[in-house]
Design a protein around this ligand. Structure first.
Ligand code: GAR
Length: 188
């Protein structure tokens, strides 16, 4: 019997908690999902996200911190595992232009702000300080410039006067978990 499995193989790069990875895995199990998570790479040995990968029997690797080592190993694993898309999910390293070129597949990232506002780190603190009425999350393609590639999906929330960075982060993280799967479904 021939089994047709046309789901696109996705690799997720993480550095820590991995709640976006967890949401992506959960969504990938839905019948209508067009993707499957086939590979998880972390640049941190203690990344909690690696546990979700193990639990779900997804190939997972910690690759040592030096960026060039990480990238060389990642390129090999991407080829071997026939990965079609890379998702950065809380991956706190900037990939080199050389990696982006050599990977030659779409790389997408989730960022906790309404880009192009608030590129970089500490977005929730900065949203509150700037007294923004809205903040949110963005899923975008990765290019050579930080948080600057073409936007795929954004979701926004109201920032209330009563919000602090922690409460805002919590609200936005909930949206991130929906946005990432939606973005993948959209581009496949
Ligand atoms: C998420 O909020 C993600 O948007 C952010 O890190 C968190 C990772 O959480 N990414 C960035 O700030 C990238 N610049 P997770 O490990 O639970 O998915």
């Amino acid at each position: 019997m021939v089994t047709l499995n046309s789901k696109s193989k996705v690799a997720v790069f993480i550095s820590g908690r991995g709640s976006n990875l967890k949401a992506l895995i959960k969504n990938s199990k839905l019948k209508r999902s067009k993707y499957k998570i086939s590979l998880v790479l972390s640049n941190k040995s203690n990344a909690k996200g690696l546990d979700f990968a193990k639990k779900n029997k997804i190939k997972n690797y910690f690759i040592e911190k030096k960026l060039s080592n990480f990238e060389n190993r990642a390129l090999k694993l991407i080829k071997i595992n026939k990965i079609k898309i890379i998702c950065l999910a809380g991956f706190m390293r900037i990939l080199s232009p050389n990696f982006i070129k050599k990977a030659a597949i779409p790389i997408i990232n989730i960022h906790p702000s309404l880009l192009p506002k608030l590129k970089g780190l500490n977005t929730h603190e900065r949203a509150i300080k700037a007294k923004y009425k809205f903040s949110g999350c963005t899923v975008h393609y990765v290019n050579e410039k930080l948080d600057s590639g073409k936007i795929i999906i954004q979701k926004r929330v109201r920032v209330f006067k009563s919000d602090n960075p922690k409460s805002l982060a919590k609200k936005i993280l909930k949206l991130e978990h929906k946005a990432y799967a939606e973005a993948l479904q959209k581009i496949i």
